[in-house]
Design a protein around this ligand. Structure first.
Ligand code: URA
Length: 220
């Protein structure tokens, strides 16, 4: 199975064989037993491999990326994320609910702090650490000057960890912008989860604004 801009290879980066996190491996097996059609493997990044703009989410959602194999595809969080990317000129279409939908990202790539489905959407620190080398690799593929949009505090902290930076020096807030020592710019946002949007902690307008802010930091 292939995506236009990401290969659902069950080997290499994001390998099915990854067995570093016993809790996530057990959940993956349980999901495969219950939903044999689900991707239920580490979800690879999606988008332009040479992008200057990297969006970092938390982890695949049970019936979203864990089902479809593409970050933020098929669940509630993806509706707002892909709308905002389209509105800011990072994609060819707003519709993004199926890996076969023809979506292409331009100068944008999406990844997650943790690539496997965590129970209750809550990865443990050891799981974030275990996946952090993959995030480091993603970040090294987006050399400065580049812009990173972290969705939620966990993604924000995972980015800092992957870059060997101390979270205490780069505090998380919605709309916060930090210039990092290597010249990258880190913009942070509340996660576009169903919970955050339904409680209106994050409105559509707030999210479109933060996406525009990130866009405006990119070199012309
Ligand atoms: N889907 C993802 O891939 N990541 C998230 O953080 C949420 C949903």
């Amino acid at each position: 199975m292939e995506h236009a801009q990401g290969t659902l290879m069950k080997s290499g980066l994001g390998s099915t064989e990854c067995s570093q996190c016993p809790r996530l491996v057990a959940l993956r097996q349980a999901v495969r037993d219950r939903y044999p059609d689900y991707f239920a493997s580490p979800v690879p990044s999606f988008g332009d491999p040479e992008a200057d703009f990297l969006v970092v989410g938390l982890a695949p959602g049970m019936h979203g990326a864990n089902r479809t194999g593409r970050p933020f595809t098929g669940d509630h969080a993806g509706i707002l994320l892909y709308e905002a990317l389209y509105q800011s000129g990072f994609s060819n279409q707003e519709k993004a609910d199926d890996p076969g939908d023809g979506l292409r990202l331009s100068n944008c790539r999406i990844t997650n702090a943790v690539r496997c489905l965590p129970p209750e959407n809550k990865p443990e620190l050891s799981e974030i650490r275990a996946c952090n080398s993959l995030l480091s690799r993603e970040l090294s593929m987006t050399p400065a000057p580049s812009v990173i949009l972290a969705l939620g505090r966990v993604a924000h902290q995972a980015v800092l960890m992957a870059l060997g930076l101390q979270a205490a020096h780069f505090s998380f807030a919605h709309g916060a912008l930090h210039e990092l020592p290597d010249g990258k710019i880190l913009v942070s946002s509340y996660h576009c989860s169903r919970y955050n949007t339904q409680t209106r902690r994050l409105t559509r307008e707030m999210f479109l604004d933060v996406m525009q802010k990130a866009r405006s930091c990119l070199r012309p």
